[in-house]
Design a protein around this ligand. Structure first.
Ligand code: ZN
Length: 149
């Protein structure tokens, strides 16, 4: 990882050969290295941002939660996803859509399509998760789970 402050301009010597913080990431290359979904892969990580590529199979999704100190946003790269949010809002998004959720709002993200879904999640470290049942569908998974945004 780069030092917090650098004296530029400098070439991109802080880039890694493998994730996170690769100079040029082809999503297809990440997918090719992963096992069948569900999976998540940290693509970018520094003191200000955590960017994660997340794949969910049809019917899959995250463990509903909220964050206290940062807003989170996603770019949908494939499939059809729904965000069930505190207060009754549902956002349905598909490829090339961007979804933003403010701090404090529970987000339960589900792949509601027939195909694999891919989303790029942008969060801030340390990305503390407060797990909370989804008020819309009641989903409340207390089991161990790999970090997903
Ligand atoms: Zn989140």
């Amino acid at each position: 990882m780069s030092p917090l402050i650098v004296q530029g301009p400098i070439p991109p010597t802080a880039a890694n050969a493998t994730w996170p913080n690769v100079l040029h990431t082809r999503v297809a290359d990440v997918i090719a290295q992963m096992k069948p979904a569900p999976w998540s892969k940290r693509i970018i990580a520094d003191e200000r941002q955590l960017v994660t590529l997340i794949a969910s199979p049809p019917g899959g999704g995250n463990r509903p939660h909220w964050h206290s100190d940062f807003d989170e946003w996603w770019v949908v790269l494939g499939g059809v996803l729904e965000w069930e949010l505190t207060g009754g809002t549902v956002v349905r998004a598909s490829k090339d859509d961007i979804v933003w959720v403010p701090r404090g709002t529970v987000h339960h993200i589900k792949n509601v399509g027939a195909d694999l879904s891919l989303r790029l999640a942008v969060a801030m470290p340390p990305a503390m998760h407060y797990f909370h049942a989804c008020e819309q569908c009641g989903f409340d998974d207390d089991g161990p789970r790999q970090w997903t945004a």
